[in-house]
Design a protein around this ligand. Structure first.
Ligand code: THU
Length: 164
């Protein structure tokens, strides 16, 4: 385990999945498992996301594509929207993201897209507690960010839109 700055983002880097603390390893394995259920006939890039709730329960999501391409949804948002639909009373402790592809090996850790970061960041604000982000590819290094804010500084945050 080592601390590293990548793209100016502070990450904890583990050289392999086997080096992770057992609960984190379990979460990544669940993300890998659910990536096999992704519906990704167009990109053939199969993403899995697993969320650990405060209760220790794990909920998951995988990417769901559509022939009308923009109608598809990333795995992270499928998972986080599911979590907030079914367990809005619980805080999210961690989210693990991984992927495999048909046409190439995913050797680098999978880093969530901007829209997923914005979505996850909102739940982090809502729960007033950091959400840890675990990222890995098919094998190799695992990166951990201690919060979503770490990977999305200066997020869009217009709290007045709540209009309360
Ligand atoms: N995808 C995710 O599920 N998560 C991300 O953070 C980035 C991309 C999906 C969307 C699409 O189904 C496929 O990966 C290729 O972009």
């Amino acid at each position: 385990m080592a601390k590293k700055l990548k793209h100016n983002i502070e990450l904890t880097v583990y050289s392999s999945l086997d080096d992770l603390p057992s609960k984190d390893k379990e979460l990544v394995l669940r993300a890998k498992e659910v990536s096999r259920k992704a519906y990704a006939p167009y990109s053939q890039f199969y993403v899995g996301a697993a969320i650990r709730l405060d209760s220790d329960e794990i909920v998951e999501g995988s990417n769901q594509e559509n022939m009308a391409y923009p109608s598809g949804m990333c795995a992270e948002r499928v998972a986080i929207y599911y979590a907030n639909s079914h367990h809005s009373d619980q805080k999210i402790e961690s989210i693990a993201v991984t992927a495999f592809a048909k046409r190439f090996d995913v050797t680098d850790p999978v880093s969530p897209c901007g829209a997923c970061r914005q979505s996850m960041a909102e739940y982090e604000l809502k729960q007033n507690q950091p959400i840890r982000l675990l990222m890995t590819g098919e094998s190799g290094e695992v990166y951990i960010a201690e919060s979503i804010e770490t990977v999305l500084p200066f997020m869009f945050n217009e709290i007045e839109l709540k209009n309360e």
